[in-house]
Design a protein around this ligand. Structure first.
Ligand code: ATP
Length: 596
């Protein structure tokens, strides 16, 4: 398939301003894509060469090398490339304009082929070569391969190839949009396609399967060791009575550990660890890999737990930030010694050829206990009890906190309480320590726009427009502007971060009445604490859901930290915000009653 077609669609997609049009156009692209390369096209759309879980490196070509490659590929001096970059600020545009000028000379005489003849396979293959080149001489291989691609590309193709490599494809198309477009293009209900993706989270593979085998192929998708299952998530509540009610009077209650979620896949001697975002994090935890082989007694298994940092001296739990050292350290062995961890398992998804996700909570837990070797303390089962009344729940909650946990996870033990892959539902409810603060819990919001500061912060993007995720429309709805909580250094670092995602107009998946000096592709998630939730006509979050013409906004929000472990679709949802607002009102009402 000609890469030109893909580039032309990328160009169209960039101009679109509505979410519906986005998925319709994407569906058109899928229809004209040859089935054999559909997986590759899906990855490219998401700015990737392969799924994150593959553990293969992403393309890493810094700006300097990319400039060299553009110069070489367009027959210009590096200086000229740099000057054009200063004007446009976008290397993709640079490649486009430098190629464009050359195009009038017709087909370039080039030994390796002519412009406009590139296929998707070739582009993917060459980019993979760039990504995978390592060791001495790899720098040259990368530059030459890129230059070769640029040389053979049309101006438009070059623009998108370069943007891709520069990490700035800026299409901002999330999984849900792709799934939507897939079912439009090839039939199969959206729910069925989603189900398949939830249990085998390889979007490219699912796309290909659907295109080649139709809806039947999709309905027979099963959990596969080695391909992550999308994680099950919890709703939140602050009131223990309400929690017990939701659970039908009886529930399993676990400590909510403050670490990193790990989905562990074992097939014989091969162990792979996936993060909450389904990235392959195996290399950070060689200790956990070893323990899994030694202590999880199963030939083939998928289980889940939380990796928690522990104090090397006392064995007590440490906050999750400690795990960050593991990510930064180059010397893993040293990191293992300096920042030891424990693994607390809480779920079983698959065991020796049998899916467990469709089984009840208690059966999963029992089996998990059965396959975990006794007499060791590296891998443990999450501390838990069964409760039948709220007093016991509260007692256990305080015990959890006193031992360094974040709170508790309350889990339904009803027979239908399966592992709901990829869903946030009421089968799990989290009760966290910070619910006791003014605004129940912090929220994770997505940056969709930014505004320049004044005075001391003049010329700097210093106020960010933040949005919650609306699952039903797959859009981001604004909820507040945050301008405080950043240290000087954080503010400085933020400038480049935001610029990386700046786009010329409001993103089609962003629903906003708020104004912004620059618009930002929904990609960055930050944790924010607010003072309270109020109705507001300024924001689109939950617009009309509580009162006509009014949205819900967060007052006095403060930046806490970036949540790199969350994708924009993992941000706090509009439904959660509505729930938080209602709970707050209830609390105020009951407090008023008490004082009366
Ligand atoms: P948060 O922002 O509070 O970390 P989240 O949005 O990542 O939450 P939630 O579903 O709200 O995800 O909370 C569940 C998270 O809590 C899981 O992703 C997991 O990492 C962690 N966790 C810790 N202990 C447990 C447990 N016993 N059972 C399930 N999840 C647990």
């Amino acid at each position: 398939m000609k890469f030109r077609v893909v580039a032309e669609y990328f160009d169209k997609l960039e101009e679109i301003s509505s979410r519906l049009q986005l998925s319709a156009t994407l569906a058109d692209l899928f229809r004209v894509t040859e089935k054999t390369v559909l997986d590759k096209v899906v990855y490219l759309i998401q700015g990737k060469l392969w799924p994150d879980f593959s553990g293969l490196p992403e393309i890493g070509l810094g700006e300097k090398l990319l400039i060299k490659a553009i110069a070489l590929g367009t027959g210009r001096e590096e200086k000229e490339v740099e000057i054009t970059l200063r004007k446009t600020g976008d290397l993709g545009e640079v490649a486009y304009s430098l190629k464009g000028e050359g195009e009038s000379s017709g087909l370039l005489a080039y030994v390796g082929g002519v412009e406009g003849e590139l296929t998707v396979e070739e582009v993917h293959e060459k980019l993979s070569k760039v990504a995978l080149a390592t060791g001495s001489g790899s720098r040259d291989v990368k530059i030459r391969t890129m230059a070769g691609l640029i040389k053979r590309a049309t101006a438009l193709e070059a623009k998108y190839i370069v943007r891709f490599v520069d990490g700035k494809l800026r299409l901002g198309i999330g999984d849900a949009t792709v799934l939507d477009a897939l079912s439009q293009a090839f039939g199969g209900s959206k729910t069925e396609v989603e189900r398949a993706y939830n249990i085998r989270a390889d979007l490219g593979q699912i796309a290909k399967l659907l295109a080649e085998g139709g809806p039947e192929a999709i309905s027979s998708v099963k959990v596969t060791v080695g391909v992550p299952v999308r994680v099950m998530l919890a709703e939140r509540l602050a009131d223990t009575e309400e929690i017990m009610e939701k659970m039908g009077g009886k529930a399993l209650v676990d400590y909510k550990y403050d670490g990193e979620r790990a989905q562990i896949h074992r097939k014989g001697e091969k162990v792979t660890i996936f993060s909450r975002r389904m990235e392959n994090i195996t290399s950070q935890y060689p200790d956990v890999v070893l323990w899994t082989k030694d202590y999880v007694e199963a030939e083939e298994v998928i289980c889940e737990g939380e990796i928690v940092a522990v104090d090397p001296e006392t064995g007590e739990m440490r906050p999750f930030q400690e795990l960050m050292h593991r990510k930064r350290k180059n010397d893993v062995q040293e990191a293992i010694a300096q920042y030891p961890v424990n693994l607390f398992l809480f779920d079983l998804l698959y065991l020796n050829g049998q899916e467990y996700i469709t089984k009840g909570q208690l059966e999963r837990r029992r089996k998990l206990e059965e396959i975990l070797k006794k007499g060791q303390d590296k891998i443990r089962i999450a501390e838990s009890i069964i409760v039948e009344e709220k007093g016991k729940l509260e007692e256990f909650f305080f015990k959890a906190i006193s031992e360094g946990a974040e709170g508790v996870m309350v889990k339904s033990i009803a027979p239908e309480a399966i592992y709901q892959a990829g869903a946030r539902g009421w089968l799990w409810i989290k009760l966290k320590r910070d619910y006791k603060s003014e605004m129940a819990d912090t929220v994770d919001l997505v940056v969709v726009g930014a505004i320049y500061g004044r005075g001391k912060r003049g010329g700097k993007l210093s106020s960010l427009v933040l949005a919650a995720y609306d699952e039903s429309s797959d859009t981001f709805q604004t909820v507040c502007r945050v301008a405080s909580g950043f240290s000087d250094q954080e503010l400085e670092e933020m400038q480049n971060l935001i610029r990386k995602y700046t786009i010329p107009h409001r993103h089609p998946r962003v629903n906003s009445n708020a104004e912004a000096d620059v618009w930002v592709e929904p990609a960055l998630v930050m944790e924010v604490r607010g003072a309270e939730l109020t109705l507001s006509p300024m924001h689109t979050c939950c617009l009309g859901a509580y009162r006509e013409g009014m949205g819900i906004s967060i007052r006095f929000p403060r930046f806490i930290r970036w949540r790199e472990d969350k994708s924009p679709e993992d941000a706090t949802t509009t439904t959660e915000i509505l729930e938080m607002y209602r709970n707050r009102l209830k609390k105020i009402e009951s407090e008023t009653e008490e004082t009366v």
